[in-house]
Design a protein around this ligand. Structure first.
Ligand SMILES: [Zn+2]
Length: 412
């Protein structure tokens, strides 16, 4: 039912029967478009019942290709123990422990469908792990370019998945430059390389949009009043908004929309800055630094789309400091039993701020996206505890320090 690709800037159509990157005219992000009237006639939301509990249950609105699946998507929508009417969408339960699994499952599926062989990605960390896993499952080569200070889990998982890893001294934007250099070399075409950077190909958005379908389905086809989303590249925000438009065209939901809220780290908040200044695109954030590595994106490529969605949905953009994020990570773990990625815990910081200002009322249904699993950040969190930045150091034990007994570390 995929009919064509459409430029989000100029509206130009491009064929979907071959790999495409961005609009050749204006470098706009391309969106996959479907024959929604026909899907509406042949597929209803009631037919989802009993389907596989993965994102591919929505294959009626995804490209028709043989999926490379590791069981991604259809993650739990957990009711908050602390705030009535708040739900935590726990993306940490995805394969590779983050929401990146959705985008890369769809993207690598299409890459294999088109006969591509070598996939290159600049990544802040979790997208790298996801690409490496799906490339391994699909029999493609993954070439990863990531900052040398990514969480250890990202480096190690890529190694185990058999990906080719280049550690770059810099940020994701510097990694993107490395991929651009490679693109200008003569092997690019000959060896069937492809760049799967965020929003520089159309299908990661398609995978991520399934989060929007799930929000609707898991809330009984009623839209929440708000969605708080930690925004690095912003693919999920774009995808969910696209999903809502598709679902309205399919008659699955009405015209109502949640307020879409971007949360970023105070150490890298290009969207928050642009939003506060009323601008329609962002500027490169200088000296980006935050423990929430997924939010270290100094200028998202799809910034104009993110800002447009915030405006259309009557949403807003909020920042959270690293200390606030760390406290929220610990708070969620203790109160909700959810060991979240720091990026995800930033949603709690934003929710509290928006409740304090009256932007949200207690009766508003709000979905907070935990985008990853805290277990992928153990070294990052441990380093913070060691540096004394976290309020709760390990409690003093009355027992003497551990000593080694015959190669076993004893507790006494
Ligand atoms: Zn265009």
């Amino acid at each position: 039912m995929l009919t064509h690709l459409e430029c989000t800037r100029c509206g130009e159509h491009y064929p979907a029967d071959r790999p495409q990157t961005v609009c050749p005219k204006d470098a706009g992000v391309l969106y996959a478009r479907y024959d929604l009237p026909t899907i509406k006639r042949t597929f209803s939301s009631a037919r989802l019942a009993g389907r596989a509990a993965t994102m591919w249950r929505y294959d009626a609105v995804l490209p028709a290709a043989d999926p490379i699946s590791l069981g991604e998507g259809f993650t739990p929508m957990l009711a908050s123990r602390e705030f009535p009417n708040v739900f935590i969408k726990d993306e940490g339960l995805n394969p590779t422990g983050s929401f990146k699994a959705r985008g890369l499952s769809a993207c690598v599926t299409m890459a294999r469908h088109y006969g591509l062989k070598k996939l290159a990605i600049p990544s802040a960390g979790n997208a790298a792990g996801a690409l490496a896993a799906y490339a391994a499952a699909g029999g493609l080569e993954a070439h990863i370019f990531m900052p040398k200070d990514v969480p250890a889990a990202n480096r190690i998982e890529c190694d185990y998945y058999g990906a080719h890893v280049t550690l770059v001294d810099g940020l994701i934007s510097d990694c993107a430059k490395k991929v651009a250099e490679l693109k200008n070399s003569d092997v690019w075409e000959k060896e069937k390389w492809f760049d799967v950077s965020t929003t520089k190909e159309p299908y990661r958005v398609e995978g991520k949009k399934t989060m929007g379908y799930e929000v609707a389905e898991q809330l009984g086809w009623r839209m929440p009043q708000g969605i708080i989303y930690p925004t690095g590249g912003g693919v999920g925000l774009l995808g969910m908004w696209k999903a809502f438009e598709e679902m309205e065209a399919l008659g699955w939901i009405g015209p109502e929309r949640p307020k879409m809220i971007t949360v970023q780290s105070a150490g890298c908040a290009p969207i928050v800055k642009a939003w506060d200044e009323g601008k329609s695109s962002s500027e490169m954030w200088a000296n980006a630094a935050t423990l929430a590595s997924g939010l270290r994106v100094p200028k998202p490529y799809g910034d104009y789309l993110i800002l447009d969605i915030l405006k259309k949905s009557k949403g807003t953009a909020v920042s959270a400091t690293d200390d606030e994020i760390l406290e929220a990570t610990r708070h969620w773990a203790k109160v909700e039993g959810i060991f979240a990625a720091p990026e995800g815990a930033a949603c709690l910081v934003a929710y509290r701020k928006l409740r304090a200002t009256g932007f949200f009322q207690p009766e508003d249904t709000v979905v907070l996206f935990n985008t990853g699993n805290g277990l992928k950040y153990l070294d990052v969190l441990d380093a913070r505890v060691a540096a004394g930045a976290s309020p709760a150091k390990p409690a003093q034990s009355s027992k003497p320090a551990a000593r080694q007994i015959g190669g076993i570390i004893g507790p006494y």
